[in-house]
Ligand binder design. Structure first.
Ligand code: GLY
Length: 441
């Protein structure tokens, strides 16, 4: 990696952070050179070489993709893949085969293996700009910063969107990171407008933010919605108005009451009646209604860790710890990259979900700083990050259609995005790397 920024341009706290990362990398490079020259061994430097290699590969992939898609108005989401109904059936082990009706037709043969692009209105549109921001933060590479600005600006119209809870994901991962690393008043205004729109989806009778506007549910709330609360916490701090935080806290409390089973696994979807009673508890993307969908468990532990960070309410911390312990107990794979559902049949052919692993690693690194026995969570996260940074998951430069990681699963019951790269796997992987770096500075 090359670092050519003028250090005198760093004026604020965020930029000092970037400078610290650059300093660390420069020192690492110098030390590695020394080892090469003297032939001596330094374990800690050798141990961190995996991280330098991963950041180098990730930056390369992101820059390549940013250049290829520049000016198209599109963002990278995944790779088109097909599916085999018999295989899905074996994974789902369901008696009720009605899910087969919900399968989308396979993409045309010409699209198979091609990059799957999305518009700014896709729920994943914030992740690519967010990945560019994290890669810039860790490397200080100005090209990454310029691309991050370019792709963040694309999302500006989303500030007016009200039709989905995903506006939290979309804008906090793009504009939220922009505000940390290159703040200005426009970014602030965009985040406030988005938070107001997210709050318009909050129902005080039910005590939750509505997730989806499609489907037959009365008022669906998915565990993923815990990830939208960081936007509200951020905007509460930006504006000094606690209404955003109050809504986030109420949503987290209602979700804690209704989404979780006694063993701290969670339902994916809980739909409410208008009086706040539960209409139904089920899954959309998991193996079955009672299973522990891997990404859903990751969203949960991440969300409650954020809630504790922002409120210091120990009930949120306890919830995060319980979910984390359950994940550590339920994982069946040696490299800690879980199967797509913790209840999926274990086997070589069972798809993994690198996105769930990356989200879990990021959450565990933060959780580890809040509890006295945090080392076990940090160690678990480190194992995940080392697995993801190895050749089994990390793309070689120029391969994998420009994505950083391989082997994630979007929605197996829909035959959708199985064993493919996903832009949110890349995003949370980079975020976890950043948290790991902070811990080791
Ligand atoms: N938020 C949708 C998913 O996790 O797939």
């Amino acid at each position: 990696m090359r670092y050519c920024l003028n250090i005198h341009t760093f004026a604020n706290k965020q930029n000092h952070q970037i400078f610290n990362n650059m300093k660390r990398n420069t020192l690492l490079f110098a030390a590695a050179l020394l080892i090469g020259l003297t032939g001596c061994k330094n374990t800690s430097i050798q141990e961190e070489a995996w991280m330098d290699n991963a950041l180098d590969a990730a930056s390369y992939q992101l820059k390549l993709t940013a250049e290829e898609l520049s000016g198209t108005g599109k963002l990278p989401r995944s790779i088109y893949s097909g599916y085999d109904v018999n295989f899905l059936d074996m994974q789902l082990q369901r008696e009720d085969k009605s899910y087969i009706d919900s399968l989308h037709p396979n993409p045309p043969a010409l699209q198979l293996g091609q990059r799957y692009l999305c518009s700014i209105y896709d729920w994943t549109s914030g992740f690519f700009p967010g990945s560019l921001w994290y890669a810039y933060e860790m490397t200080g590479d100005e090209e990454l910063k310029n691309r991050a600005i370019e792709y963040t600006n694309l999302l500006n119209p989303i500030r007016e969107l009200k039709g989905t809870h995903d506006i939290g994901f979309m804008m906090n991962c793009s504009y939220g990171n922009a505000l940390r690393l290159a703040p200005n008043d426009t970014i602030k205004a965009v985040l406030i407008e988005t938070a107001d729109n997210l709050c318009s989806r909050f129902n005080p009778e039910i005590g939750c933010i509505r997730s989806w506007d499609f489907g037959d549910w009365n008022f669906p709330v998915i565990i993923d919605n815990m990830m939208n609360l960081d936007l509200l916490f951020n905007v509460a701090k930006l504006t000094g108005d606690n209404k955003y935080k109050d809504i986030a806290v109420k949503h987290a409390q209602t979700t804690m009451k209704n989404h979780f089973r006694p063993d701290y696994t969670s339902y994916h979807v809980v739909s409410y009646n208008n009086d706040g009673s539960v209409e139904v508890k089920q899954t959309h993307q998991g193996k079955n209604a009672e299973s522990a969908w891997s990404r859903g468990q990751a969203w949960g532990v991440y969300g409650y860790t954020s809630c504790y960070r922002e409120t210091q309410d120990v009930t949120f911390l306890q919830e995060a710890v319980h979910i984390a312990d359950m994940i550590m107990e339920r994982v069946k794979t040696d490299d800690l990259i879980p199967y797509w559902d913790y209840d999926a049949p274990a086997g070589e052919k069972t798809p993994r979900d690198a996105s769930a692993a990356a989200i879990t690693a990021s959450a565990f690194l933060e959780l580890s700083t809040f509890v006295p026995d945090g080392k076990k969570y940090a160690d678990y996260a480190e194992t995940i990050l080392k697995s993801l940074s190895g050749p089994g998951y990390l793309s070689a430069k120029g391969s994998n259609q420009g994505y950083v990681l391989m082997h994630s699963t979007g929605s197996l019951p829909h035959g959708s995005e199985i064993d493919v790269p996903l832009n949110y796997a890349d995003y949370y992987y980079l975020e976890a790397m950043k948290r790991y770096m902070d811990r080791h500075q």
